[in-house]
Write a protein that binds this ligand. Structure first.
Ligand SMILES: Cc1ncc(COP(=O)(O)O)c(C=O)c1O
Length: 461
């Protein structure tokens, strides 16, 4: 009996092996056949891919001025680094939504800094980066996703991954790339958009550096209210507002705004991976389903990082002074870049926060055309080859047309540790001297001068 069973088993094994070998020989087993049709050509995040490509070239010895990646140049605030070191041994799983101490600090932080009093710790979710939380939110909502053009590179790929229909709202240079009530009106009147859709709003904006004024937010809030819109307001650059005048959409449209924020930008902790979302209490159902999704995917944000984040979000004098220095430096560098680029005819709006400008090189379109270059990507390839400047085209990756000669320029390729030290030595009572960019942020200074000269050279063609 046992003998027969073994024989049958052996025959089955033989059959399986033979079938596998036959499939392999024919090359029949492919990854593609297991993928969803909609994701057959799904790609790596364009900004991260670009960064890795440029870093590879740099490692191979190529001298490149990298103006294509949005990562803080500054060191992590020392007091937070210290707390992280002290808690390196904390290896337990923390509560899914985040430890209470951290959620309390977050609520307090936004109440004090943004005047937002509607949020409570119950409706706060901490995660491994706000990016992950945006994705989880998209994964649980039922409707479509509305995005601006241009916009940050990640939103659309996340919407595709979570199977949503995407509607694009074009903005324009003349309106500082900002959303207006008329644009909302237009997209709704020209399309059939589901009632339970989500608009992603980024303020201050990546990639354009624009921020919204009080009047603009009031007008948007009233249009959103009329339509009962659900809005994710991504305010990750809010604390870096150069003139300290960041205003949250959640002040003007509290009932429909989910606030997305984190420590990656103002506290230079991108690689720590900690972000959070705040939901108005009557949207707690969404919050709880997102937390459910979190519990079944990442469990909780890293324990030592949560403890270190408390020390940042308590926002004592050390955090505040750190931010004051960082944004003063960023403002000075941004002003220099805009002035220099405007002087050779490049169209650019001065940013009000963050790391980015979105210049338009229309001024050299005719000359580039003579060289056979008609797209932003073509222009960026030429810039890399001829001037050693790495810039990401502001085209399709930003949901912007291919033929636009816009780029997203990250003016943060300088040595932030050096610049921060120099700024601290000057003190907060003084202005930074005009020479600061040249002496303390020399990589950006050189890159922008090279870019300026390259444009001037094209103009003579
Ligand atoms: C507009 C915007 N939102 C969100 C994020 C993601 O930040 P986090 O590090 O919290 O995932 C980034 C990072 O580049 C960003 O630019």
């Amino acid at each position: 009996m046992i003998f027969i069973r073994r024989e049958i088993l052996f025959k089955i094994q033989q059959l399986v092996w033979r079938t596998c070998r036959m499939y392999q020989a024919k090359g029949n087993i492919t990854g593609q056949q297991y993928l969803k049709n909609s994701l057959q050509s799904y790609q790596f995040a364009s900004n991260l891919q670009f960064n890795e490509r440029i870093n590879d070239l740099k490692e191979k010895g190529q001298k490149i001025f990298h103006l294509g990646f949005g990562q803080s140049p500054f060191p992590v605030p020392t007091h937070a680094e210290q707390v992280l070191k002290e808690n390196a041994g904390r290896a337990e799983y923390f509560p899914v939504k985040g430890i209470l101490e951290l959620r309390k600090a977050i609520i307090d932080f936004h109440a004090k800094q943004d005047g937002l009093h509607q949020f409570t710790q119950e409706n706060c979710v901490v995660g491994p980066g706000s990016k992950e939380l945006i994705f989880l939110l998209m994964s649980v909502i039922g409707g479509d996703v509305l995005l601006l053009s241009p916009t940050w590179t990640t939103y659309k790929p996340q919407a595709v991954l979570s199977n949503h229909k995407v509607f694009i709202i074009p903005t324009s240079y003349d309106e500082h790339w900002k959303l207006t009530p008329a644009m909302i009106e237009k997209v709704y009147s020209e399309n059939t958009i589901k009632e339970n859709s989500l608009l992603i709003f980024c303020n201050p904006d990546n990639p354009t550096g624009s921020s919204y004024t009080k009047d603009e937010l009031i007008a948007l809030g009233s249009e959103m209210r009329k339509r009962k819109m659900l809005v994710l307001s991504d305010e990750i650059y809010g604390r870096l507002s150069f003139n300290d005048n960041h205003l949250s959409l959640a002040q003007f449209y509290p009932e429909g705004t989910i606030l997305s924020c984190g420590i990656s930008k103002w506290a230079s902790c991108g690689g720590w991976r900690l972000g959070y979302h705040l939901y108005p209490s009557h949207l707690k159902d969404i919050c709880n389903v997102v937390a459910g999704a979190a519990s079944n995917t990442y469990t909780s944000a890293s324990a030592p990082i949560q403890l270190a984040a408390v020390s940042l979000l308590k926002y004592d004098e050390r955090s505040q002074n750190y931010v004051k220095h960082c944004k003063r430096i960023l403002h000075t560098v941004a002003t220099f870049c805009c002035k220099k680029l405007s002087s050779c005819g490049v169209k650019v709006h001065s940013p009000s926060s963050g790391y980015y400008i979105f210049p338009d090189f229309e001024v050299i379109r005719a000359q580039l055309k003579k060289r056979g270059i008609t797209t932003g990507t073509g222009m960026c390839d030429a810039l890399l080859e001829e001037a050693g400047i790495a810039l990401m085209s502001g085209g399709p990756a930003y949901l912007h047309p291919l033929d636009q000669l816009t780029v997203r320029l990250c003016y943060i390729n300088f040595d932030g540790t050096k610049a921060l030290k120099a700024s601290e030595a000057i003190g907060l009572g003084e202005h930074l001297p005009e020479s600061f960019v040249e002496t303390e942020c020399s990589e950006t200074y050189q890159a922008i001068n090279l870019l300026h000269n390259w444009v001037e050279k094209q103009k003579k063609l």
